[in-house]
Design a protein around this ligand. Structure first.
Ligand code: SF4
Length: 469
């Protein structure tokens, strides 16, 4: 029988109201997380990655009970967090600890390190001051500091040492789950490796689960057993870290990986986003939320141009929508707020700037691109937006892909023969062509493939107790 996870998050939503006016009338909602599910097993390190605004920190705070969900449930050790009160809630707070990105936020400059590390003990159960002192001395040494450091103040320590103190503070109450929210983001590379090695050692030594929140895929690759990739409040891909990061299936994961400098920049399987603007969580795109940026967005069924041309058309369409046209395609009068007239921008200038200067083989597409370019040259971007939206619809903006399970990972799979073969729910579009982009969910049990390094194997920072002073 499968062991119950330490923490199980089901269909979690957190929406914040947007209010206006004296009466604070609700005019909309920021959908910070929108139907997220994941599990953390005992002793496991699960990474949640995504750009800022993806909802990963909100999800982490909901796990800790710091945010009340709009919908969905968080269960910890079998009991919904929302149903805990009194002693059960105090116990939950002891067993779940938070490490924040900036240790200065967690340390009171007027408290000695000993007082700061002992504080959770005092809050939770231990009144005996001598016993508290002994536990603090022991824990400081376990995180690579000295028992004598207990009498010093936070300003006497470096950033890396302060993060060690935060780890000691989390560890002192013997937790089962640590939520580490960007714990190495503010550190330089050497200290980052040391803190990762420390976290890895203590989680294995004490069998502690870690929910590791980060935007840094390289750090997640080195520390986490499994990873979930978030985009605009949704999990778009998940699986064993090696599976997801060595063979990313979702176009967004590929885009994230393409921004990691250590990876091969010539790897054409990785993508660049069509546009840089991350849509507002208060107004997420229809269908698949990634579609205005997705380099793999599915073309209209009746379009007959090659892949590269389609990508240029899609980039043009969504750059117009996001007001992200290259500067040379924008008439001066728009650039400088109407101070000057400019007639140097022509439809040909616009087409050259967006990589569509050659006449398209598809006559209808050619007409639409020419019409949109003429509208932009005339300063009417809204008309161009309407023309492109009408001429180049995508199934991706109409519907979110179906959720199905394939193999050992969970993602949107786009346009690959193997995915199409494995896809039990592939559907034909109006023209009878198979739409081969899916989003699917599964619980991943498979071992990482041989030769891929994740978790402790990949952590090269020595945690030998030496610290950076
Ligand atoms: S459904 Fe797939 S191909 Fe379409 S936009 Fe989303 S991730 Fe890209």
């Amino acid at each position: 029988m499968r062991e119950e996870p330490l923490c199980a998050v089901r269909d979690l939503k957190k929406h914040y109201p947007i209010t206006r006016g004296w009466l604070r009338r609700e005019v909309g909602q920021v959908r910070a997380i929108d139907g997220v599910s994941f599990e953390v097993a005992r002793g496991e390190a699960l990474g949640i990655v995504g750009e800022s605004g993806s909802g990963k920190t909100t999800a982490a705070h909901a796990v800790l009970g710091l945010e009340e969900p709009t919908a969905g449930k968080v269960r910890f050790d079998g009991t919904p967090v929302s149903e805990r009160s009194g002693e059960a809630l105090t116990e939950f707070r002891r067993r779940t600890q938070l490490i924040v990105q900036d240790p200065n936020d967690a340390l009171d400059p007027r408290m000695t390190i000993g007082e700061a590390v002992a504080e959770p003990l005092r809050i939770h159960w231990l009144d005996d001051a001598d016993r508290r002192r002994a536990i603090v001395a022991d824990i400081l040494e376990r995180v690579g500091l000295s028992a004598d450091d207990a009498d010093r103040y936070p300003h006497e320590f470096s950033g890396g040492e302060k993060q060690r103190i935060s780890v000691a503070r989390a560890l002192v109450v013997n937790p089962d789950l640590i939520v580490a929210d960007g714990p190495t983001s503010a550190l330089d590379a050497r200290v980052r490796s040391e803190i990762l090695a420390l976290l890895d050692r203590i989680r294995r030594e004490f069998d502690i689960a870690v929910l590791f929140i980060s935007h840094d895929l390289d750090v997640v690759r080195r520390f986490c057993d499994r990873v979930a990739v978030m985009y605009l409040g949704e999990i778009v891909e998940r699986g064993h870290t090696a599976d997801v990061l060595n063979r990313p299936a979702h176009p967004y994961t590929r885009v994230l990986l393409s921004s990691v400098p250590s990876l091969d920049p010539t790897d054409r399987r990785l993508g660049r986003p069509l546009t840089d603007t991350v849509p507002e969580p208060s107004d997420p795109p229809s269908g698949c939320r990634f579609h205005p940026r997705c380099p793999a967005v599915i073309p209209p069924a009746d379009l007959s141009v090659g892949d590269e041309t389609w990508r240029a058309i899609a980039r043009f369409r969504f750059a117009v929508q996001a007001d992200e046209l290259p500067a040379e395609a924008v008439p001066t009068a728009r650039r400088d707020g109407g101070a000057h007239r400019d007639d140097e921008v022509t439809p040909a200038t616009v087409r050259r700037a967006v990589g569509l200067s050659a006449e398209l083989s598809d006559a209808a597409a050619e007409r639409a691109v020419e019409e949109a370019a003429a509208a932009i040259a005339a300063g009417d971007v809204d008309a161009a937006d309407e023309t492109l939206a009408a001429a180049f619809p995508s199934v991706c903006e109409r519907e979110a892909p179906e959720a199905v399970a394939i193999d050992s990972a969970s993602a949107a799979v786009h346009d690959s023969e193997s995915a199409a073969d494995a896809n039990p729910t592939a559907t034909a579009d109006a023209a009878g062509r198979t739409v081969r982009c899916l989003r699917y969910e599964s619980t991943v049990e498979a071992d990482p493939p041989d030769g891929s390094e994740t978790g402790a194997d990949a952590i090269d920072g020595s945690d030998d107790g030496s610290t950076e002073r």
